[in-house]
Design a protein around this ligand. Structure first.
Ligand code: S3P
Length: 444
């Protein structure tokens, strides 16, 4: 098991960096490319463990996927009915997006498939996905085999439904829409609050006609997808760690620019909150590629103040809450995060992980505090961290947040169990090392 040793920043975190491709868009480009007709050419694909699980599963289902250069991938689409029965269990590792989206896609295929994941993924809820798919006619059972949870899909004809999602989840919405592609009749999903809409944008880019009216999205079955070129923007969820570090650094003179980051409005709650907190970020070179907006983020060191993060904002920044909570601890005054109970069923119970580990790094001589709520956190900011031994609970976003706390704090921080960073941001450590010289990896 690897650990990171982090010392406080010794020089300004400034200059220009590029973060890897967006995870959500990378999964979708591969999956839609696989069921399209013709070639899909992807540039900037995120080459991280989670996305590679989607690649391996699609290959097992008979799709030819080739890596041509770093980030440059070619998918030879087999069409909606061209997947072949897998010969082995489909292993999703830590990737919730792979498991949920593939469950939706495979439920309408004319063969049996079995999906599983690592211990963390096997503990995450699947009932929310299975239930609506069963209403569409899917034959899916959740089985326990020793320590494994297996999702067994018999593959059956499906019919479209109209379904109101009980939670704002893009994975759930996408699973139902993917099943809807193979169903008869229209499929409608109604969201309680809008969640990320990459599936809708990308299906349209692949030539599908979708009807979107407010919180309601309808897809009519029987349409074909046509292979396209996809340019994957940088992942805002990865950029967020660099944004917070450069905003809160004690060197106040220079700016950091993060190039080509996705700024889809269903994802930019993080930027909205940072601005409300007093953070100075300029969006430069804005453009739209394959339906997805992107920009360079120019970040200036700033003094932050506390705020309230709740309601419809939550799905727009769900993955950024760990790093926002740290920013709140370094801000002036109180921050309250509510309506975020979904955090309890992420890669780990993130509310508990933050309450435990982030409390450890609050400087004993400062008045900062962090209180666990059922659906969030109450934070009193005090602008000081202290380096300590802390752990990630195998959660990439907790690991990276604690690493940033190490750069901003006093003394040496040791973050245990950091292999998980590879699930979403394999270049995090080298990038941070190049930029700061303050991060070192040890052990195995
Ligand atoms: C994702 C949706 C979100 C997010 C996850 C990626 C996606 O999960 O937290 O990291 O790609 O659709 P939920 O759909 O469970 O909210």
């Amino acid at each position: 098991m690897k650990s990171l040793i982090i010392s406080p920043l010794r020089k300004p975190m400034a200059g220009v960096v590029t973060v890897p491709g967006d995870k959500s868009i990378s999964h979708r480009a591969l999956i839609f490319g696989a069921i399209a007709e013709g070639i899909t050419q992807i540039t900037g694909l995120l080459e991280a463990d989670d996305v590679m699980k989607t690649v391996e599963i699609l290959k097992e289902l008979g799709v030819t996927i080739t890596r041509q250069r770093p980030g440059q991938w070619r998918v030879k689409g087999v069409g909606l009915r061209g997947l072949r029965a897998p010969k082995k269990i489909l292993y999703c590792g830590n990737s919730g997006t792979t498991l949920r989206l593939m469950t939706g896609l495979l439920s309408g295929q004319p063969f049996q498939s079995v999906l599983t994941g690592d211990a963390s993924l096997n503990a995450r809820p699947m009932g929310r996905v299975i239930e609506p798919l069963q209403r569409m006619g899917a034959r899916i059972v959740e089985e326990k085999k020793n320590d494994l949870r297996l999702i067994r899909i018999k593959g059956s004809p499906l019919k479209g439904i109209s379904y109101t999602l009980p939670v704002a989840s893009a994975q759930l919405k996408s699973a139902i829409l993917l099943a809807g592609l193979c169903a008869t009749g229209p499929t409608t999903v109604i969201e309680p609050t809008p969640s990320r809409d990459h599936t809708e944008r990308m299906l349209s880019a692949f030539g599908l006609s979708l009807k979107k009216e407010g919180k309601k999205t309808t897809l009519v079955a029987g349409q074909k997808l046509k292979g396209i070129r996809v340019l994957v923007p940088g992942d805002l969820s990865s950029a967020a760690f660099f944004v917070v570090a450069s905003l809160l650094q004690s060197f106040k003179t220079k700016s950091l620019t993060i190039r080509g980051v996705g700024i889809n409005p269903t994802r930019t709650g993080f930027l909205d909150v940072i601005k409300i907190m007093g953070g100075r970020i300029q969006l430069e070179k804005q453009k739209i590629v394959a339906g997805e907006p992107m920009a360079d983020l120019k970040v200036f060191p700033s003094v932050l103040k506390g705020t309230a993060i709740r309601g419809a904002l939550i799905p727009r920044l769900i993955d950024e809450i760990p790093i926002l909570a740290l920013a709140a601890l370094m801000a002036k005054g109180e921050t309250i995060i509510q309506d975020a109970a979904e955090l309890r069923v992420k890669e780990t119970d993130r509310i508990k992980a933050m309450a435990t580990e982030f409390s450890r790094v609050i400087h004993p001589k400062a008045g900062g505090a962090l209180k666990e709520l059922v659906d969030g956190l109450k934070i009193r900011g005090e602008r000081r961290f202290k380096g300590r031994p802390v752990k990630s609970y195998g959660d990439h976003r907790i690991a990276m947040s604690l690493t940033i706390a190490g750069l901003l704090g006093e003394g040496i921080m040791r973050v245990q169990d950091t292999d998980c960073i590879g699930t979403s941001f394999p270049t995090f450590v080298p990038l941070l090392r190049r930029l700061t010289g303050s991060v070192r990896e040890i052990g195995d």
